[in-house]
Ligand binder design. Structure first.
Ligand code: CP
Length: 316
């Protein structure tokens, strides 16, 4: 059974363990195509439509790469200012989605407003994939994060997974929901001022997630199997990092995973980060045996290849 077929992927809610494992097993098959640096014809004739209202490096380019690796093609925009959305007409999301459904077979939408991809899904019959909406969800990031853990640790069950940083970030919402399908324990590690909102805490409870909130990285770092880093001082999406010097507060040292802290990790612990990074993950850590964030960004391609195949119901 393929629960993904013809459906939107705007949240990880509703995906059970069998659905996740089906996707990961298929991603493992897709991985061979990626590693061999070749292409297949599975999605030949299919067109992916990109609608990026916010900038992206990994999500957009890995979706493009995934579609092209499977023989499909890609249309769309990566900056709404280059379309009629950005000129005098300020063309509405509604009208643009109505156009795009004529030009593509599946849409990938990133938008600064919570719920925008879900709303798009109500306008069109073609499947919509959420590539990140506001501070709500980033479901395909969660899928590739879980796949990374499965590949790099051999299992997702029985692991202690620490999420470090500003809990308002969308990557910290989708992954715990999906993680609830496994017997892992989540630790939300942040200063109180950027702790998990009560709304998401309630969502995690309802999903059946085993979790704990902790306000000190120092307290837990030695016990983690996976440490998923983000900054506790999130830069504004609207002001460049260099332009925000002097406006944005410095990252407190206790929330920076430097080499000294890395030495305290379990010898087989892995470090993840969705990237891009700021001061919370210095480049000195890249040489560590535990660093897996570049591999994580690489797993984006086979996972998104698998997702596109399942949604378009063309399984090899
Ligand atoms: N991880 C992630 O979403 O990166 P981008 O913002 O570059 O797509």
């Amino acid at each position: 059974m393929n629960k993904y077929a013809g459906n939107d992927c705007v949240t990880v809610e509703g995906l059970d363990r069998d659905d996740l494992e089906q996707l990961f097993d298929l991603a493992q098959k897709m991985d061979k195509i990626v590693k061999d640096r070749t292409t297949a014809e599975l999605l030949k004739g299919s067109i992916l439509g990109l609608m990026f209202f916010q900038v992206s490096t990994r999500t957009r380019i890995s979706f493009e790469s995934a579609m092209r690796r499977l023989g499909g093609s890609v249309v769309g925009f990566v900056d709404p200012k280059t379309t009629r959305i950005g000129d005098y007409y300020a063309e509405s999301m509604h009208d643009v989605v109505r156009m795009m459904e004529n030009y593509a077979d599946v849409l990938v939408i990133r938008h600064p407003e919570n719920g925008a991809p879900e709303m798009a899904g109500t306008i069109t019959e073609i499947p919509v994939i959420n590539a990140g909406d506001g501070d709500n969800e980033h479901p395909t990031q969660a899928l590739l994060d879980l796949y990374t853990i499965r590949c790099e640790k051999g299992t997702i069950d029985d692991l202690k997974i620490g999420f470090v940083g500003d809990m308002n970030l969308r990557v910290f919402h989708s992954l715990p929901i999906a993680l609830a399908q496994y017997n892992a324990k989540a630790y939300f590690i942040s200063p109180p001022e950027v702790s998990m909102s009560s709304t998401w805490i309630e969502e995690f409870r309802q999903a059946g997630l085993d979790f704990e909130e902790i306000s000190s990285l120092d307290e837990i770092i030695d016990n983690l199997d996976v440490i998923y880093m983000e900054g506790v001082k999130t830069p504004s999406y609207h002001i460049g990092r260099t332009d925000s010097v002097g406006i944005r507060p410095d990252m407190p040292h206790e929330w920076i995973l430097d080499s000294k802290k890395v030495k305290r990790l379990k010898s087989d612990a892995i470090i993840l980060h969705p990237l891009p990074r700021t001061e919370e993950l210095p480049m000195e850590v890249d040489a560590s045996e535990s660093a897996r964030y570049f591999a994580q960004a690489g797993y984006a391609v086979p996972v998104r290849m698998a997702l596109l195949s399942l949604i378009l119901d063309r399984i090899p």
